[in-house]
Design a protein around this ligand. Structure first.
Ligand code: AMP
Ligand code: ZN
Length: 471
């Protein structure tokens, strides 16, 4: 039984979908004005693991991930995020390109990164700029119902009208007033009201007709428009990075629930930040790494993925190159074991109790997707399997291999395809093992060269054992 920590209730809850066997999931996607960094990748890896585990558990998952190509302003760390310049427009002006060219380029980059990271593509990637009519519809409903007001062509959500405002983040309006350090829009009635629609100044490039002004949408409204369009008024799961909790997701709840009258999201799953030197990895701090940095240093996307899985998504993770080294070594162990299982003839007498390992793996994943614990189960399997292979051999390599494959599929870690090792090569390697045992190192070297000439590499491991790989 899967349990998920729900940011809304602040407890781990048993997961029960709205419709039996089906799960709807919305992932707050990238703002496409720059290359996505490792922190963003972390926030997309969690919902990918969640989706993979739900699919493994027999659910049919529908996952929507939006592309933010309008409305996300530069001052998103200040108050309600409705001041500053549009991030995409700013980049377009600097690079003398159109906003659409900027968005296309970085969206492409985002998809390529997700593919390299083996993140399953969402079933649909709606773009904010293609959903302005839906946003206008929700804003009109909010005005009609008295939750929003228009002044000078700008429309704001009135936070004092929604009694539940703050239920996700735990912020109360009283606390917010005290702590207010807002760059206030002069048209707002209350400092914490947030923009649904803003009138465009003459020079603003992204602009649409609306009943209130020629303008552009606020940042938060897009996710309400796109999620309800594709998943209905109520969905099972909504994910994002922890910085999305406030104000973005708090605003999404307020405006959607006031417009539809229904509960917006049953389970809120947030990934805590990836940090560098103790600070949040972010574009604005310019302390970020992208996937190319990983590759340039000689690491692979799968090693990065393994590093991300080695921490629970609800703990902050500090990125270090030392941790990448560890991930590299761990991935080699996994692949070596896979190769050894494939070479094994199953003639040994040690039997691994696969059902037990499987149960422990599932128990860890059921416990709020505890990937570090689930990984430790697999590393125990590898350790016990290697011990058996080093000794008298493993009686059930096929069954072991199957569990390794299914668990790696849940983790989204692509295994290296094991090489088919011809019997001739195996017997040369056995001969070499005997030579080494007898300390006949000249013969052992000759045999290594013979194996090498035939296109294979023999690697020595513990207890005078070996692994054969294809060159
Ligand atoms: P953005 O492109 O800024 O809209 O961010 C896309 C997603 O990445 C959001 O869900 C953010 O919460 C998330 N995110 C941004 N920085 C980090 C980080 N350092 N660690 C984890 N998630 C992050
Ligand atoms: Zn969003």
């Amino acid at each position: 039984m899967l349990t998920l920590y729900n940011t809304l209730s602040k407890t781990k809850e048993e997961f029960k979908p709205l419709n039996p066997g089906k799960v709807s999931m919305y992932v707050c996607g990238p703002t496409v004005y720059d290359r996505i960094h490792l922190g963003n990748i972390r926030s997309y890896t969690t919902p990918d693991i969640l989706r993979r585990y739900l699919e493994y558990s027999g659910y049919e998952v529908r996952q929507i991930k939006n592309i933010t190509d309008v409305g996300h302003l530069t001052a998103d760390d200040i108050a309600q995020g409705d001041s500053g310049e549009d991030k995409i427009e700013k980049k377009a002006l600097r690079e003398k390109k159109t906003p659409a060219e900027i968005a296309d380029f970085y969206e492409e980059y985002f998809h390529a990164t997700e593919k390299a990271m083996n993140i399953l593509p969402a079933h649909y990637f709606p773009r904010a700029t293609s959903h302005v009519p839906q946003m206008i519809r929700i804003i009109s409903t909010l005005i009609e119902k008295g939750f929003a007001y228009e002044i000078n062509g700008n429309v704001f959500f009135d936070v004092t009208k929604f009694a539940d405002y703050g239920k996700l983040s735990g912020n109360t309006l009283e606390d917010l007033q005290v702590g207010a350090r807002l760059e206030e829009h002069p048209d707002k009635k209350n400092p914490w009201d947030f923009a649904l629609w803003l009138k465009a100044p003459k020079e603003h490039l992204l602009r649409w007709d609306s009943p209130w002004s020629v303008g552009y949408p606020g940042w938060h409204i897009e996710c309400s428009a796109m999620s309800t369009e594709y998943l209905g008024d109520t969905m099972d799961i909504h994910t994002g990075g922890e910085d999305n909790i406030f104000p973005h997701h708090e605003a999404e709840i307020a405006q959607t629930e006031c417009a539809t009258g229904a509960k917006f999201v049953n389970y809120w799953v947030h990934t805590r930040h990836l940090k560098v030197d103790g600070a949040k990895m972010s574009k604005s701090k310019n302390n970020f790494y992208v996937l190319e940095d990983i590759r340039d240093k000689g690491y692979s996307p799968m090693e990065l993925r393994l590093l991300l899985l080695s921490a629970h998504h609800r703990t902050q993770l500090n990125f270090t190159w030392k941790a990448m080294d560890q991930a590299k070594a761990n991935l080699i162990s996994i692949n070596n074991f896979y190769q050894r299982l494939s070479n094994s003839t199953g003639t040994g007498n040690a039997i691994l109790n696969i059902a037990d390992y499987k149960r422990s793996f599932e128990a860890a994943m059921d416990d709020d997707l505890n990937t570090p614990k689930a990984l430790s189960v697999i590393f125990q399997l590898i350790k016990d399997g290697n011990t058996a292979l080093d000794g008298n051999g493993l009686a059930n390599p096929e069954e072991t291999k199957k569990l390794l494959e299914t668990s790696m599929k849940v983790f989204g870690l692509t295994l290296e395809t094991p090489a088919e090792i011809p019997a001739e090569i195996t017997s040369l390697a056995e001969e070499r093992k005997a030579a080494r045992f007898n300390k006949d190192f000249q013969k052992s070297d000759e045999l290594r060269q013979a194996i090498d000439k035939l296109g294979y590499i023999v690697e020595d491991i513990k207890d005078n054992n070996f692994i054969i790989k294809k060159k």
